[in-house]
Write a protein that binds this ligand. Structure first.
Ligand SMILES: [Zn+2]
Length: 736
C-alpha cells in the first residue's frame, strides 16, 4: 500500500518551542478547537518520537538476507550484565558486559554480536580463557574456545572502551540538555549496539539484566529495574547497581545521568508496594510536578483496565533525557524536559504493558506497541474524568484516510505513521472493545492478552488475533483483517421509512456503504430506534455494500440514531428513503409444490408498477407484472434461477428501483403418495388423506407427498388413486 512519507525533518527546537507554550485544557469540556489543537500537539509529539527511528530501521534492514545478523539465530541470550564507566570529561566510556548464552545449534563455535566499530574491544573471555574475535562492520565475531553443545549454557565477558556512537538519534550521547550536562541513551529500534555489545533485536529478550554505572557523585543515574546499591567508587565517583529480573528487549535498556532533582513516591496496588521515581532537570520544575501528580493515577487507571503494572515487584518512574521525544524504557520512561503532559505520561506508561511486556516481534506489527499505547491515553482520561472525556480524546485520534495499519514494507513505508499506527491503531482497540462489549473486552480479552504466552516476549498481529479469538470463543480474524490489514473506513448512508402494518409498524431501514475502494466493512452497529412508545436499543450487524432491514415495532419509529457513541471509525449521513424494493430474498421452491410470492416496495408514490427485466424464472413459474408484482405457479425443474425485476412508482417522472433475485427449486421432498410420512405407500396413506380432507386431520407434510395423482392439489382423487394402485394394480404415484 502506497503511503505518503512524513517529512522527518521538523527541527527539534521548533517542537520544543511549541511545547513550551502548553496550556491547560478543561478535559471534561473539550471544544472542537481544543480537540483540533490537541491532535496537532499529539502529532508533533509522535513525529518527534519517530525522528531517526525510521532511518535506523531502514539502515538495519537494508541488504540483509535475514532478519538477524551473522549467526545470531544460533544462540539465545539468557542474561546481560552491563557495566559502564561514564567519563564526562571526554564523552567516553569503559565497559564490560557479562553474558549467559544458550547454544541453539550443535557445536556452536562462534558468537556474533552487534557492536558499533566506534568502540574498541579490549578482550573477550570465557572464564579464565581468552577468546579470539574480529570486529568489523558493526559486528563483533567471537570464536568460542571449544565447540558448545546444543542447549548448553555458558558464560562470556566482553571488555571494551571508546566514544559511543550517536547517529540518527540512536545510541549514547554526552551533551547539554536545557543547560544541564547529561549522558543518556536512546535506542529504539537498533541503537543499543552503539554503546554496548548485544544481540540487538527485540525477539530475543534475556531473562534478566544487571546494569552497573560508575558516574560523578554530583549526578544521579536512572536505568531499568530495582536499585540494588549506590555506593562510593573512589574520589568524586559513585557506582550504582540496577537489577531487572524480567525479560527486556535491548532497545528498552537505557541509562540517563545528570544533576537530577529526584523524588520517590510509593504505589500501593493489591499485594504490591513499589517506588515510583521522578528524575528531572532542576530548571523545569513543571515536569517534576506533572510526573508527581499524574504517574500514580496513570498506574492505577491502566492497571485497573489492562492488568497490574507488569513490573510491580520492582519500580516505575519517569526521568529526563536529551532526545526530542519520549521513550518507554522498561520500568522508567525517559522524556525530553518539555514533554510532561498527563497524556504523554499515560502514553509512555501504557507502553510498559504494550511494547515492553509484549513487544512487537518485527516493526511490521508496531501497532501492537503504539496503537495500544495511544489507546492508553483515552483509557486514562476515562478513568480520571469519565466516558465523555474518553470520547473527546478519541476525536483527537480520529483518522478517516487511507493506508494500512500493518506496515507492509518496513523499508519503504512510514513505520511510525502518526495517522495509521498511532491514531487509527488506538481506534482499532476502541472498536474491538465496542465489538466485544466492555465485559468481554476488559474481563476476557485483555486478561487473555496480558497472560498470553507472549507476556514478557514478542508477538505478531496473528499472535494477537489467535489469543483474542481463543479467549472470546470465536474467530476474530474478520475484525483484524479488515482493520489492520485492510484500508480505509466505512462511509455509511442510511435511509428509513416507518409505515403502519397489522399489529404495529414496519420499518424499512436501508444501510449503504458508499466508501470508494471496494472494501466493505463488517461491523455491529449500536442503534437506537426512537419510537412514540420509547427508545428501542439494539445492535445491527451490517456487511457489504447495501443491506435492507425490515423491522417490526409496536410503536411508530420517529428517529434512528446510528452509533451514537462512535464505536466505529466511520462517517454517516442520513438521506430520505427513496422508492425501494423491500423484498430481498425469495424462498426456495419445490418441484410440484405450488409457489406464490408477492414482491413488496416501500416509499415513493404508490401504486407501484412491476416489470420483469431479464433472466430466467424457474420452469413452471410465471411473473405477473403491473400493479400485482407476483411470482407464482408450480415448479417443474430443480435448479437455481436468476432474474431481475424493476419497480416504478406513480410519481412523474417515476422513481424506480431494480433488484436481482434468485430462486432455488429443490427436488420434490417426500415420497409421492406417502401422505403420512411413514416412508412407504400403503392403505394407511389413503386413510390419512381421507382423514385430512373430510375430518380436519393433519395435512401431508410436505403437501406434495399427498398429491398422488400429480394434479397439483390434494383432494379425494388422490385417495382414490392410491386405493386403485394398492388394490387394483393401477399406476404408481410418481410425478414426472
Ligand atoms: Zn509510543
Amino acid at each position: 500500500m502506497q503511503r505518503l512519507l512524513m517529512a522527518a525533518a521538523i527541527a527539534l527546537a521548533l517542537v520544543a518551542c511549541a511545547f513550551a507554550q502548553q496550556r491547560a485544557y478543561d478535559y471534561k469540556n473539550l471544544t472542537a478547537d481544543d480537540i483540533a489543537e490537541i491532535k496537532a500537539r499529539r502529532h508533533e509529539f509522535y513525529t518527534a518520537k519517530s525522528q531517526g527511528k525510521q532511518e535506523a530501521i531502514r539502515l538495519a534492514q537494508l541488504q540483509k538476507a535475514t532478519y538477524l545478523d551473522g549467526n545470531e539465530a544460533d544462540y539465545n541470550v539468557k542474561y546481560y550484565g552491563i557495566d559502564v564507566y561514564l567519563n564526562f570529561s571526554n564523552g567516553s566510556i569503559v565497559g564490560k558486559v557479562d553474558y549467559v548464552i544458550e547454544a541453539m545449534v550443535e557445536g556452536l563455535n562462534a558468537i556474533d554480536l552487534n557492536l558499533a566499530t566506534d568502540l574498541t574491544v579490549d578482550s573477550v573471555r570465557f572464564g579464565a580463557t581468552a577468546a579470539g574475535y574480529s570486529h568489523a562492520v558493526d559486528l563483533l565475531s567471537i570464536t568460542t574456545p571449544a565447540p558448545i553443545a546444543r542447549n548448553a549454557q555458558f558464560s562470556m565477558t566482553v571488555y571494551y572502551h571508546g566514544t559511543p556512537r550517536f547517529v540518527g538519534e540512536q545510541g549514547m550521547e554526552f551533551a547539554s540538555v536545557y543547560g544541564n550536562t547529561m549522558c543518556w541513551t536512546n535506542c529504539e529500534p537498533f541503537g543499543s549496539r552503539n554503546w554496548w555489545p548485544c544481540k540487538d533485536h527485540p525477539e530475543d529478550k534475556p531473562d534478566s539484566v544487571d546494569i552497573y554505572v560508575d558516574y560523578p557523585s554530583t549526578y544521579k543515574v536512572m536505568s531499568a529495574g530495582a536499585i540494588v546499591s549506590d555506593v562510593s567508587s573512589g574520589t568524586g565517583r559513585k557506582r550504582i547497581h540496577f537489577n531487572h529480573n524480567y525479560p527486556v528487549a535491548t532497545y528498552l535498556v537505557a541509562i540517563t545521568c545528570a544533576n537530577f532533582t529526584t523524588s520517590t513516591q510509593t504505589w500501593n496496588y493489591g499485594p504490591y508496594s513499589m517506588p515510583v521515581y521522578s528524575y528531572t532537570v532542576p530548571n523545569i520544575p513543571q515536569a517534576k510536578q506533572s510526573f508527581e501528580t499524574w504517574m500514580i493515577p496513570v498506574l492505577n487507571a491502566l492497571s485497573n483496565r489492562f492488568g497490574t503494572y507488569p513490573f510491580a515487584t520492582e519500580k516505575a518512574g519517569n526521568a529526563h533525557y536529551g532526545w526530542g521525544g519520549a521513550m518507554e524504557h522498561q520500568t522508567c520512561s525517559f522524556y525530553n524536559p518539555t514533554f510532561y503532559d498527563d497524556w504523554v505520561i499515560a502514553h509512555e506508561t501504557g507502553h510498559q504493558w504494550f511494547g515492553d511486556m509484549i513487544t512487537c516481534k518485527t516493526f511490521n506489527h508496531v501497532w501492537l506497541n503504539e496503537g495500544f499505547a495511544s489507546y492508553s491515553e483515552p483509557i486514562f482520561f476515562e478513568q480520571q474524568y469519565g466516558f465523555n472525556t474518553y470520547k473527546s480524546w478519541l476525536q483527537s485520534q480520529k483518522y478517516l484516510g487511507g493506508g494500512t495499519i500493518y506496515v507492509e514494507n518496513i523499508l519503504t513505508d512510514d513505520i511510525f505513521d502518526n495517522n495509521l499506527v498511532y491514531d487509527k491503531g488506538s481506534w482499532v482497540v476502541h472498536m474491538l472493545r465496542g465489538v466485544l462489549g466492555d465485559s468481554v473486552f476488559f474481563n476476557v480479552a485483555m486478561p487473555a492478552w496480558y497472560n498470553s504466552p507472549f507476556k514478557y516476549g514478542a508477538a505478531t498481529t496473528s499472535d494477537f488475533t489467535n489469543v483474542i479469538s481463543t479467549a472470546v470463543g470465536h474467530d476474530m480474524s474478520w475484525f483484524v483483517d479488515q482493520w489492520i490489514y485492510g484500508d480505509g473506513s466505512p462511509n455509511y448512508q442510511i435511509a428509513y421509512r416507518c409505515e403502519p402494518e397489522p399489529g404495529g409498524y414496519r420499518l424499512a431501514y436501508l444501510i449503504r456503504q458508499t466508501q470508494s475502494g471496494g472494501t466493505y466493512f463488517k461491523m455491529p452497529i449500536r442503534t437506537r430506534f426512537v419510537t412514540t412508545g420509547g427508545n428501542v436499543d439494539t445492535t445491527i450487524w451490517n456487511e457489504g455494500p447495501v443491506e435492507l432491514y425490515t423491522l417490526h415495532f409496536a410503536d411508530s419509529v420517529t428517529n434512528v440514531i446510528f452509533d451514537a457513541d462512535e464505536w466505529i471509525l466511520r462517517q454517516v449521513t442520513t438521506v430520505p428513503l427513496q422508492m425501494t424494493i423491500l423484498t430481498v430474498d425469495l424462498p426456495d421452491g419445490e418441484i410440484n409444490s405450488p409457489y406464490a410470492q408477492s414482491l413488496e416496495a416501500v416509499a415513493g408514490t404508490p401504486p407501484y408498477s412491476w416489470t420483469f427485466l431479464g433472466g430466467d424464472l424457474p420452469f413452471g413459474l410465471n411473473f405477473t407484472g403491473g400493479t400485482v408484482g407476483e411470482i407464482s405457479g408450480t415448479p417443474t425443474y430443480a435448479a437455481t434461477f436468476y432474474f431481475s425485476i424493476m419497480c416504478q412508482d406513480a410519481s412523474i417522472p417515476p422513481a424506480s428501483d431494480t433488484s436481482s433475485f434468485a430462486i432455488t427449486i429443490i427436488p420434490q421432498q417426500g415420497l409421492p403418495g406417502d401422505a403420512d410420512g411413514s416412508g412407504g405407500v400403503s392403505i394407511s396413506d389413503a386413510v390419512y388423506l381421507i382423514n385430512y380432507i373430510f375430518a380436519g386431520g393433519p395435512a401431508p407434510n410436505p403437501m406434495s407427498a399427498g398429491d398422488a395423482d400429480c394434479s397439483g392439489a390434494v383432494s379425494i382423487s388422490d385417495a382414490v388413486f392410491l386405493i386403485n394402485y394398492i388394490f387394483a394394480s393401477g399406476p404408481a404415484p410418481s410425478c414426472p
